[in-house]
Design a protein. Structure first.
Length: 433
């Protein structure tokens, strides 16, 4: 049954047909901040909170031991959509890579594959993705089953989606009934602010100004497996939300720019969404350039369908040659709550390149324009010049046109990672023949 738009628009900040949920698979869940489970067919729906994080979760476990989980977590004004899947029989191959490309195929209204990049959790037993779109979640609600396949099309398993629409509605209502704490004390709390940046020259990193504007302690930059280095601000453009950082950290690569992106170009971004919750190695997501202007035809921005999550801000948007065609800056649903989450924005490369030239870090032009590479290679190119940026500070209010950060303190992350583990009763749900 199709999720009613009226129900969804009332829930979760009036978002347009939000039929989504997020389940924390592999996260140990005690009775800390918990309420009693609600059973909806083969699904178990529950509200949990740990530290400054809270969420409503749904889970179903199937006879072949597959656990399919959906949840929505929130902190402050930020919310995140994630899907988690696991099966103890998959542990061997899951642990061999930090990322896996899988296809999720629903049986209605179409059977097209939804291809997502799943990251491996710290215990190497659970796969998670933040890429799930509103359209996909609506498809899950409509479907009677979902096939989980390898990227090459080989079938991993088929899970029954009976009662999924009711479970998703329950999660949406649950989150709506449990808003995050409000008030000056919550807003002023010092926390960890995290974002993404990339090297444009040796020792020079560009990112969004809003990523570091709330920092009250030293700004830190690091590669996923490297030690942190202190960075200082050497140039700012608050109007265009850009900042140039100076650091002693050596870079593995330097980004090159393509100044003229085109509508229809496939693009990717590599970044660090939900730092401390998702993969510490970063996430690479794909999409397309959908417009060469932003809100109300603002020519400083281009519009993309690349999934953007809190923590992606400041990352490079690259084309399929690996050249930078923008700086990730915004989610439209941060400023227009009724728009789907796959309408996102990046700062036009011409504005970024001009900023770098003025601030003494002239940009490098791409020499491989038109040389199309496979997505895996493009992600590796971006990974080499992309770094995580974080600091202690006061998380700024989400500005118009910018994506807010999911602020996590170390204690929050530790509690969340050790106290969230929803386990459905064995035998719930069924696989379809």
């Amino acid at each position: 049954m199709r999720l009613a738009e009226k129900t969804l628009s009332r829930a979760i900040l009036g978002a347009h047909r939000i039929a989504s949920a997020l389940l924390l698979s592999g996260f140990a869940l005690s009775n800390f901040g918990a309420q009693a489970d609600t059973k909806i067919g083969g699904w178990s729906v529950v509200y949990r909170e740990v530290g400054n994080l809270s969420g409503c979760l749904a889970t179903a476990q199937f006879p072949d031991q597959t656990i399919f989980q959906m949840a929505l977590i929130q902190t402050g004004t930020d919310k995140g959509w994630i899907i988690f899947i696991s099966n103890p029989r998959w542990n061997g191959w899951i642990g061999k890579s930090k990322q896996h490309r899988l296809s999720l195929v629903t049986d209605w209204p179409t059977t097209k594959p939804w291809q997502y990049t799943f990251s491996t959790s710290g215990d190497s037993k659970t796969l998670s993705t933040t890429d799930a779109s509103v359209e996909f979640m609506n498809s899950v609600a409509d479907a009677s089953k979902v096939e989980i396949k390898y990227d090459n099309g080989a079938l991993l398993t088929t899970v029954d989606m009976k009662d999924s629409a009711a479970a998703i509605r329950a999660i949406v209502n649950c989150v709506n009934e449990h808003p995050p704490p409000k008030g000056p004390s919550a807003e002023a709390e010092t926390t960890t602010i995290s974002g993404t940046g990339f090297f444009v020259a040796p020792n020079r990193v560009v990112t969004n100004n809003h990523v570091v504007s709330g920092c009250t302690k030293d700004i830190q930059v690091r590669y996923p497996d490297g030690r942190p280095y202190t960075a200082t601000i050497s140039g700012q453009d608050r109007n265009n939300d850009l900042v140039l950082l100076q650091t002693d950290m050596d870079n593995l690569s330097t980004a090159a720019f393509e100044p003229e992106p085109r509508v229809g170009d496939q693009v990717a971004t590599y970044g660090f969404p939900y730092s401390g919750v998702l993969s510490s190695s970063g996430n690479c997501t794909l999409g397309y350039v959908t417009s060469l202007s932003g809100i109300q035809d603002d020519t400083r921005f281009l519009q993309t369908s690349v999934p953007v999550q809190p923590g992606n801000s400041g990352g490079a948007l690259v084309d399929m040659s690996g050249s930078v065609v923008g700086v990730v800056v915004a989610q439209l649903n941060a400023v227009a709550k009724s728009i789907p989450q796959n309408v996102n924005f990046a700062i036009q490369p011409s504005f970024v390149m001009n900023f770098l030239s003025v601030k003494g870090a002239p940009p490098k032009y791409s020499s491989s324009t038109g040389t199309r590479k496979p997505p895996q290679e493009v992600c590796e190119i971006a990974k080499k010049f992309t770094v995580q940026i974080y600091c202690k500070g006061i998380a700024p209010k989400t500005a118009t046109g910018t994506a807010g950060t999911l602020a996590l303190s170390p204690s929050d992350v530790a509690d969340f990672a050790t106290k969230f583990d929803v386990q459905a009763t064995p035998g719930q749900g069924s696989t379809r023949p």
